[in-house]
Design a protein around this ligand. Structure first.
Ligand code: HSE
Length: 439
C-alpha cells in the first residue's frame, strides 16, 4: 500500500456524517487493507457538529461553505450527507463537473434527480454510489445490482422505512398511540427532518423508486410511484389483521408483469408466517424474488448513525477500488447499461391487482351481509373470509371485516363506492391491500 491515502470531502456532520467520520477513523486500518489505500477525510462542511465526531481525524479543514469542499482540487471523493434536494443537487453536479466521484445517502436526490446526475457522471467518467440511500446498512443495492445479475427479477417488497415500522410495531405490541411512538423514533434519530416523509410514505417511495429501477432496468420515476401512508391505520385494524393471521406492514412493492411495472407504497396485510412479517421495530427488510434464485430476504438496520455509515463507507471502498478502472466497464448506476434502460409503462394504481382487507361499520339488522356480498358478487369479487363482531352493549352498529381474493383496484373502488352509498353502512369503508408474498 505505497500509494498516498485518497482524500475525501464530507458534506454534513449530522447523524450519518458523524457516524461516517467515526467508522472511518475507528476502522481505518481494516478499511485500508480492503481498499488497497488509506482513506482520509481532509475537509468537511457543516454548520454544527459534535467535537467527538472529528476527534479521530487529523488535519481536517471544516467550513460552512460546502462548495469550498466540492471545489477543492485535492479532493477525489465527495460524500454528500446533507440530505434534501437543494443544494445537494447543485453540490453533487458541481462535484461531478469537477471530476470527483460522489457517494451519497440521499434517497430523495437519487429518486428525483438520479437520471440527470447519472447522465452527468457517465459523461464525465466518474462514479456516483448510493448504497446508503435504500434500507440504511443493508447492502440491498449491491445484492440486486451484482449478486442477482443472473436473474429476471419478478418482484421486490420491502419494509424500507424504519420509523413507520417502529410505529406499527409499537401499536401492535404495546397498544401505544401513534404520536407517542413517532416521538420516540424521532428522539432515536431515525425519523426524517420532516417526519411526514416517514409516516406518509414519501421516504419509502424514494427508496422504492430506486429499487424498482435497479430491479427492472427502468429510469427513475418517483412521480409514478403510488404512495399511501400509515396515518389512517387504527388499532382495531392491527387487531383484526392479527385474528385473521396477518400483520400490517408498510411495504414498498415493485412488480413486473406482462402489463407493465407496479411501484407502490402502502400499508399491507401479509401472512404472519412470512419471515418479513416478523421484522419489527426500526429494522428494515427487503424480499426479492428472482426467477433463478427464488425468493431472497435481506434484513438489517435501515436507519441510524453507524448502520447507515456502514453502507456509506462500503461505497467509498468500492469507489477507491475502482479508481483506476475504465469508466465504461464499471457497474452501471442502475444495474443495466444506461443505453439499455427500458420504457416499459408504470401501471397506475387503478390497474394494479391485489387482494383486500375491508372494514365496514354496518347496521346490526337482517339483510346487511347479503347486500354487501351482493355488491362484491356483482363486481366479480370473491370473498375469502368474513368476520362480524358482536355489537357492544347499547350500540346499533357492528364492525364487519372481510378479506377478498385478488381483483383490479378500479373494480374494488367501484364496489367500495356502492357500499358507502348503502344506508346500512356508516361512514367510509377502510381498505388495506393484502399480499401473500409467496415464492
Ligand atoms: N427516516 C428513515 C427511516 C431514515 O426511518 O427509515 C433512513 O432512511
Amino acid at each position: 500500500m505505497g500509494l498516498e491515502p485518497v482524500k475525501v470531502g464530507l458534506l454534513g456532520l449530522g447523524t450519518v456524517g458523524g457516524g461516517t467520520a467515526n467508522v472511518l477513523a475507528r476502522n481505518a486500518r481494516e478499511i485500508a487493507r480492503r481498499a488497497g489505500r488509506g482513506i482520509r477525510i481532509t475537509r468537511a462542511a457543516a454548520r454544527e457538529y459534535r467535537a467527538e465526531d472529528i476527534s479521530g481525524i487529523e488535519d481536517i479543514q471544516i467550513t460552512e461553505d460546502a462548495f469550498e469542499v466540492v471545489n477543492a482540487p485535492e479532493i477525489e471523493i465527495v460524500i454528500e450527507l446533507i440530505g434534501g434536494c437543494s443544494p445537494a443537487r447543485e453540490l453533487v453536479l458541481r462535484a461531478i463537473e469537477n471530476g470527483k466521484h460522489v457517494v451519497t445517502a440521499n434517497k430523495a436526490l437519487i429518486a428525483l434527480h438520479g437520471n440527470e446526475i447519472f447522465a452527468a457522471a457517465k459523461a464525465k467518467g466518474v462514479m456516483v454510489a448510493f448504497e446508503a440511500a435504500v434500507a440504511g446498512g443493508i447492502p440491498i443495492i449491491k445484492a440486486i445490482r451484482e449478486g442477482l445479475a443472473a436473474n429476471h427479477i419478478d418482484w421486490a417488497a420491502g419494509i424500507i422505512n424504519g420509523t413507520g415500522n417502529y410505529i406499527l410495531t409499537e401499536m401492535r405490541d404495546k397498544g401505544r398511540a401513534f404520536s407517542e411512538a413517532l416521538a420516540e423514533a424521532q428522539d432515536l434519530g431515525y425519523a426524517e427532518a420532516d417526519p411526514t416523509f416517514d409516516v406518509e410514505g414519501i421516504d419509502a417511495a424514494h427508496k422504492l423508486t430506486i429499487l424498482a429501477s435497479i430491479a427492472f432496468g427502468i429510469p427513475l420515476q418517483f412521480d409514478k410511484t403510488y404512495t399511501e401512508g400509515i396515518t389512517k391505520i387504527e388499532p382495531q385494524d392491527v387487531a383484526y389483521a392479527g385474528t385473521l393471521g396477518y400483520r400490517i406492514k408498510h411495504l414498498g412493492i415493485a412488480r413486473k408483469s406482462d402489463r407493465g411495472v407496479e411501484m407502490r407504497v402502502h400499508p399491507t396485510l401479509i401472512p404472519e408466517r412470512r419471515l418479513i412479517a416478523n421484522v419489527d421495530g426500526v429494522m428494515n427488510a427487503v424480499l426479492v424474488k428472482g426467477d433463478a434464485v427464488g425468493p431472497t430476504l435481506y434484513y438489517g438496520a435501515g436507519a441510524g448513525s453507524e448502520p447507515t455509515a456502514s453502507a456509506v463507507v462500503a461505497d467509498v471502498v468500492d469507489v477507491v477500488r475502482a479508481l483506476t478502472t475504465d469508466p465504461d466497464n464499471r457497474v452501471p448506476h442502475l444495474a443495466f447499461q444506461a443505453e439499455e434502460l427500458s420504457d416499459v409503462p408504470v401501471l397506475p394504481i387503478d390497474e394494479v391487482e391485489t387482494a383486500y382487507y375491508l372494514r365496514l361499520q354496518v347496521r346490526d339488522q337482517p339483510g346487511v351481509m347479503a347486500q354487501i356480498a351482493g355488491i362484491l358478487g356483482d363486481a366479480g369479487i370473491s370473498i375469502e373470509a368474513i368476520q362480524q363482531k358482536e355489537p357492544l352493549e347499547g350500540e346499533t352498529d357492528v364492525p364487519l371485516v372481510l378479506l377478498t381474493r385478488r381483483v383490479l383496484e378500479r373494480h374494488m373502488n367501484r364496489a367500495i363506492g356502492q357500499m358507502e352509498n348503502l344506508d346500512s353502512v356508516e361512514g367510509r369503508v377502510m381498505r388495506i391491500r393484502v399480499e401473500q408474498l409467496a415464492g
